[in-house]
Design a protein around this ligand. Structure first.
Ligand code: B12
Ligand code: SF4
Ligand code: SF4
Length: 382
């Protein structure tokens, strides 16, 4: 069998969808990406600013690269159910119901890379780990298109599909592009709780719930909380409403876990950073980490009008981000916040004074805080 056929056969055996893309990436895609950056729509994701040239010209880093074998792992699995006990409210985006897909799909792509090399083919695999425009490559395979939601979707496997890429030295013929079948549909645009989608397949990440809950490192201003609503981690709204999701499939390599789909929120307040890492180190929760998951949990509890006991626990949290979020959650719930006047963090004390009316809002207005209340500001790091 030819090397190309052997690679495809290996993926078929693993139950993964795949298709080939050329490496001549359209200038239009690079232009959109550069506009996204110059308009600052990437928020605090500074890593996207690095290696833009390399992102759209992989052949500069890998002169042997001729094609990309794009791997799709669909994850339209059913909800694994809610475990008993604990405080289990809020929603976790579907991709995070399984062991971190960077690891699970990454292992598949690594095995594919090894197989290619064993046949004398140059190859380099990626699952989100490097500068590569994965959706653009997916759009060049001919098996689907970029929807108004920005998602790559396909009539073969719907919207919920994670992407891995293997750059190879193989010259391959590729299929013609798939027509965009969004038509007049605007369901995803209407579903977005924060108006993040611009309608041209890109978004303003600074107001996307997925960005705020997963990537944003600092405080999330209470004005934004209603948009976040019940989302504890990520957001699936613009995908769930898509009519093409009826073609959703499930890759058998994914095992959804009830404890990840419906985690006990008390753990984010109870566990030390190290214990959290042991418990969730190989899951998508590790990306934000313990303090940001606690921050997100407080916002969810505030949105649902629940969890006053947890908010009180959070008021004594070792991390200032958690205490600052607890201050606002308790304030929104109409509960006492006097204890924050004695908080070790000067900024939190000042904010509590303002909320309690001890300092006129016009004087402070939180303007002097390290983190501005506007989501447009840069991340501070937790
Ligand atoms: C940064 C990032 C985010 C950011 C910004 C997302 C965004 N839309 O820009 C945030 C944190 C918000 C995010 C959220 C999510 N993400 Co994300 N994210 C990424 C990452 C690392 C880079 C994306 C990026 O460069 N964004 C900047 C924009 C400008 O670029 P782009 O999204 O690639 O869009 C390009 C194409 O659309 C292209 N294009 C548009 N039209 C056309 C037409 C043609 C013909 C062609 C060729 C190209 C083309 O032009 C754009 C600019 O180059 C990729 C992995 C990667 N390395 O690519 C994952 C990735 C895009 N995310 C993914 C997922 C699953 C999600 C979430 C669903 C997770 C969740 N449930 O919370 C949400 C979905 C939000 C949404 N509606 O997009 C998957 C998407 C899979 C898919 N089927 O599309 C990816 C590919 C990760 C992976 N390996 O599977 N994400
Ligand atoms: S992931 Fe949620 S917040 Fe982000 S664009 Fe989609 S619907 Fe809007
Ligand atoms: S919801 Fe409608 S407009 Fe949005 S991506 Fe799906 S088909 Fe396209």
């Amino acid at each position: 069998m030819e090397p190309r056929a052997l690679l495809e056969e290996a993926l078929r055996e693993r139950g993964l969808f795949h298709a080939w893309a050329p490496l001549a990436l359209p200038e239009e895609a690079e232009g959109r990406f550069r506009r996204f950056l110059t308009e600052g729509r990437h928020g605090g994701m500074a890593y996207l600013e690095r290696g833009v040239e390399a992102r759209f010209h992989p052949e500069h880093r890998f002169p042997w690269a001729r094609s990309a074998l794009v791997v799709f792992a669909p994850y339209a699995y059913p909800d694994p159910g809610v475990p008993k006990g604990g405080v289990r409210v809020g929603r976790v985006a579907r991709y995070a119901w399984v062991r971190d897909y960077h690891l699970v799909l990454g292992e598949e792509v690594k095995a594919l890379e090894a197989l290619a090399r064993s046949m004398g083919i140059e190859a380099k695999g990626y699952v989100d780990h490097g500068p590569l425009p994965e959706r653009t490559l997916a759009a060049l395979t001919g098996v689907g298109w970029i929807g108004k939601s920005g998602m790559f979707l396909s009539p073969t496997f719907g919207v919920h599909a994670l992407i891995g890429v293997l750059l190879t030295s193989l010259e391959v013929e590729v299929s013609p592009p798939h027509p965009n079948r969004c038509g007049r549909c605007t369901r995803c645009l209407a579903s977005c709780p924060t108006g993040a989608l611009l309608g041209d397949g890109t978004l303003d990440a600074r107001v996307c719930v997925s960005y705020l809950t997963v990537e944003h490192k600092g405080f999330i201003p209470p004005e934004v909380w209603p948009g976040i609503g019940e989302w504890l981690l990520g957001c699936d709204l613009c995908q769930e409403v898509c009519p093409w999701e009826r073609f959703g499939r499930v890759w058998r390599g994914f095992r959804p876990e009830p404890e990840l789909a419906h985690p006990d929120l008390t753990e984010f307040f109870r566990l030390s950073g190290r214990a959290f890492q042991r418990r969730y180190g190989d899951t998508a929760f590790a990306r934000p980490g313990r303090a940001r998951m606690a921050r997100n949990a407080l916002i969810v509890l505030s949105s649902l009008g629940l969890g006053k006991e947890l908010m009180a626990v959070a008021a004594k949290d070792p991390h200032p981000l958690v205490r600052r979020t607890a201050l606002h959650a308790l304030y929104r719930a109409g509960l006492g916040i006097e204890e924050f006047l004695r908080d070790p963090d000067e900024g939190i004390r000042a904010e509590a004074s303002v909320l309690l009316g001890e300092v006129p809002r016009a004087v402070d207005l939180f303007q002097n805080r390290r983190e501005s209340p506007s989501p447009e500001v840069k991340d501070e790091g937790t």
